[in-house]
Structure formats: structure tokens, C-alpha cells
Design a protein around this ligand. Sequence first.
Ligand code: ADP
Ligand code: MG
Length: 616
Amino acid sequence: NFPLLPSTNPRISTRVLSLLPLNPKSYQSPKPHHHSLSHTFNSLNSLSPYVLPQFRPILLGWLCSLVSVYSLSRIVPKVGNFSAILGDFNGVGRIRGEGLVLGLLVLARLGGCYLQQAFLWDAALRAVCDVRVRVFERVLERDMGFFECGGGGVSAGDIAYRITAEASDVADTVYALLNTIVPSTLQLSAMVAQMLAISPVLSLISAMVIPCMALVVAYLGDELRKISKNAHLTVAALSAYLNEILPAIFFVKANNAERCENARFQRLARADLSEHLKKKKMKAFIPQIIQIMYFGALFLFCAGSLAISRGSFDGRAMISFVTSLVFLIEPIQGIGKAYNEWKQGEPAIERLFDLIRFKPKAIDKPDAVDLNHVTGEVQFCDILFKYGENMPLVLNGLTLQIKAGETVALVGPSGGGKTTLAKLLIRLYDPLSGHILVDNCNIQSIRLESLRRHVGLVSQDITLFSGTVAENIGYRDLMKEIDMERVEDAARTANADEFIRNLPKGYETNIGPRGLILSGGQKQRLAIARALYQKSSILILDEATSALDSRSELLVRQAVERLMANHTVLVIAHRLETVLMAHRVFLLENGKLQELSRSTLLNNHYESLVSTGLVI
Ligand code: ADP
Ligand code: MG
């Protein structure tokens, strides 16, 4: 059993807990404080390009609301008449006809209300679906820095929360807005017209309450927006945390960290609890202000009765007036709710559109070229690179030329920048200075898509998705038809064909989230097969063999030997056997390269090779 509160277990040090971004305010981007009207304006401005195209369901919904309000305004005067008829037994004959009309009107009212809501939800949900797709598209366009939380980026869990839950909130907000603009306003005006027609004096008395209420509600709405913002941030923190911890559950167990993680989770859950409680309390308060209207109606009823008893007011008119008032409260409540909805939706809209609202750096220059065929010559010229403003230089004047078809091995201490070099070649980052050429063409002037088609990368951390083996190998063609012949070819070259055929459904076996059902060596060979599938002329193998046992390593090494025949290969490795297959070997240290001769590698003592990061 876990302790209920982290504080009950003093051994869980505050240091562990302080790792958590507990203070929701720490998430807020330091934006200047805007007036609430400008928040509203910005939100409307952001939403309109997505909502306006849905004008068809919107207009249909509004049309239906016209039908429903019209029916209601026909029903209301009938209620007074009806009550008069009911008190008069001779009127039974007339009541049938009146009853039929009333029944039809009620049906029209109900049908109108239903269709109005169905159409407006249709519009709101479609608009938000478009927003979601757009947000995700923009997220995929962001450069790597955006995803690196250390550099002030946004965590995957936060992004996921915005696109899922917050987008749902935005749909509620859009619906509430659409429902207010026409249906509520229409009903409000219709009922006010009815009341004015019956008794202007009573109407004025009833109307006096409204401005006072509006002021109070407006003030509370602004508070609600602020509170909602914090509530969004605490859930985002929960989501970010879960996204990080759940995929690493084995690691948590292996470290006996269940208690610690549970405590960390509780901290986040409780932070969210208090923010949400504040929000719900505020939300519960606003309708109560509006409910005052009901009691106002009761008061009017008493006043009306007094007037009737004095004979100065007609009983039928009184009943119609109060009925109007009751149906007036409905749209006022609707508008209040929409205001509520809008104020708590604004932060969600802001956070969601924060992901859209950036100018994607045009990655391709306007005159960028498409490379159709690449022989595979690669040159790094005097590369300087660091990951951020205040970060140390990772590559410091690195120069390397790889001939077409050549295999170059890269060794060096961990953290030396080997992976970084690979990332630069496929332009996940651009160097601070210096340039990289492929077939004598600066990669910054090659269309990015074209460049990445010609460079295959087997990255150090293997990424596999749930899906079949064939889908994982043919990932590049997921949108098109996966060419099974190429898949099997690639698998054979990568020495993966045999184990794949032994899987329950062969190439059609689902390998589970992140390739759960495969061993390390199998994942590695699958990743190599995937890089081979695209038939690129340049291949980067980033520590493809370091995590493998000797047999798997042999299988992978055979695979690499096979693909050396028709690729330019940059192999980053730690094993001497792998390194010795290469035509040339370089040591990457202190941001620079130094060539190691074969004799150095073979004849040197163990100690002098330690600094190369080689495993012998
Ligand atoms: P290697 O592959 O040789 O082990 P890397 O190229 O992965 O080394 O890393 C080189 C250096 O760059 C390391 O000091 C590492 O801490 C730093 N580094 C790597 N990736 C990032 C990143 N995304 N942001 C900041 N620093 C990074
Ligand atoms: Mg690395």
C-alpha cells in the first residue's frame, strides 16, 4: 500500500518531488497581460477560419431555431387562452381544435430544438476536427528544438493533451457560441416582444434586473478564464507525466520506484484537484446569479395576482406574461452558459492555437533542387555546431570527405558528437557554420524531402511502431502501396527474413507498441531492413551493432558487408570487427576528426584504444 499523501512519507525527499513542474504558473508563457476583450477578439479571430467554412450546417441550425422560436411564440399566448377555456365547460368543443394546433406547435418546437442542436454540433465538431488536423500538421513541421523540453520546448504529453482534451473543450465553446448568436438571441427577443405586448410596465420592471446581473456575470467570467487556464495547465502536466512514465514502466519496477512515482503522481493529481475545484465552484456560482430571475418571476406573479384581484389586470394575460418570462429565462441562461463556456474555453483556444501560430521556417529555399540520382559522395566542410545558445560546441571545425561507395567508420567517446554528425547530414539541425555537400551539392539547397530520400538512417534508439512487420519495414510507403518484394529483399539483406518467417503470422505479425514482441537484435535488424527498403545510396548506421550479442552482431555485420557493395556507408560503431570492415576509420574527439590507420587499430595496446570508445 502506498502512502496516501507524500508528506506522510518523509523519506520521499522533497528533492524528488521538486523535479516535477508543480507550479502551473511555471508553464505560462510570459505574455503581457491583455484586457479580457482582446482575449475574446483573438480567440474569435483564431477560430473564424475554421468555423466559417461550416456555414451550411450553421445556417440550417439557425433556420431550425427560427422554426422552434416561432412555434414557441405561437404557443405562449395560447397557454393563457387555454387556461381560460379549461375553466369553462362549454368550451370543450373548442378545446379539440385548439388542442390539435397546440400539439402540432409543440411538435414543431421540439423537432426544431433537436435539429438546431444536431446541426450546430455538426458544425462545431467539424470545425474542431479541422483545427486538430491543422495543429498536428503544424506540430510535425516544427524543428527539433520545439520538442526538446530542456530548451523550452513543449513536451509530447502536453501536445497530446492539447490536441485531444483541449480541442474537445474548444468544440463545446464553439457550439455554445453558435447557439448564442442566433437561437438564444432569437428566443430572447421573441419573448421580450411578447411581454412588451402584454404589459410594458411589468416588462420594464423585469428588465431592470438584467444589467445588474450582466455586470456580475461579466466580472465572474473573467475570473473563470484565469482559473480555467490554470486547470488546463495542471491536466497538461498530468498528461505529460503519464506520457513519460507509462512507456517506461519496466524501468520503474526495476528500480523499486513505484512508491516514488506514485507520490510524484499524487502531487500532480492534487495540484490538478485544487485548480479544478476552484473552476467548478466558480462555474456553479454563475448560474445561481441567473436563477435570481426565477424568483423575480415569482415576485411578478404575486404582484400580478394583486392586480388581477383589483380587476386592473386580465388573468389570461398574466398567465401568458409569466409563461413568456419563464421561456425568457431559458435563453438568458443559455447566454450565461455560453459566456461561461467561452471564458473557460479561451485558454484552451489560446493554447491550441499557440501550436498553429508560428511562421514555419521555409526549410526549402525557393530554388532548392530535387536530386534524382545520387552517387553518394558526402563532404563535411569545417562544421561548427552546438545545440543552443549557451551550449558547448559539439562539432568544432570538423571536416570529412567520403567517396561514393566508400564505407567510413566513426569511433569515439560517448557524447563526442557522432550521432550529431548523422543528424546534421539529414538536416534535423543545420550547422552554425561550414557546409555539407552531397554529390557536390550543398544540402541546404537540396529539397529536404529529396535529401532524406537519398539518406537512410538506422538511428541509435530504434523506433518501431505498433503495426505489422511489413508496415514497419515499408514505413516510407505507408501512404502508398507497400512493395512486398522490396520488403522481403530488404529483410533478407538485413538478415531478418528468417526470424520474421518464424513469427506467428510472418510479415503480417503485429509487433506491438514500440516493437514490444521483438528482441533487441531483432529490432535492430528490422530497423536496418527499413533503411534498406527505401533504396537510398547513402546509409548511416548509428551504433547498429553495439547493443547486440555476438551472434546477432555477426548477423548484422554480414548484413552491413552486403550493403557496403552498393551504398556509401557511414557506420558509427564500437566493435573492432565492425570498424575493421570499413575502408577508413575516424576518431571523433573534441569536435574534430582524426584518421586511425589500420595498423594503429590492430597493433595498439588496449589502453591506447580506450579513448576511442572501441570495444575489443
Ligand atoms: P555520441 O553519439 O557521440 O555519443 P551525441 O552526438 O549524441 O554523442 O551528443 C553529443 C553532445 O551533444 C553530447 O554532449 C550531448 O549531451 C549533446 N546533445 C545531444 N543531443 C542534444 C540535444 N538535443 N540538445 C542538447 N544537447 C544535446
Ligand atoms: Mg550516439
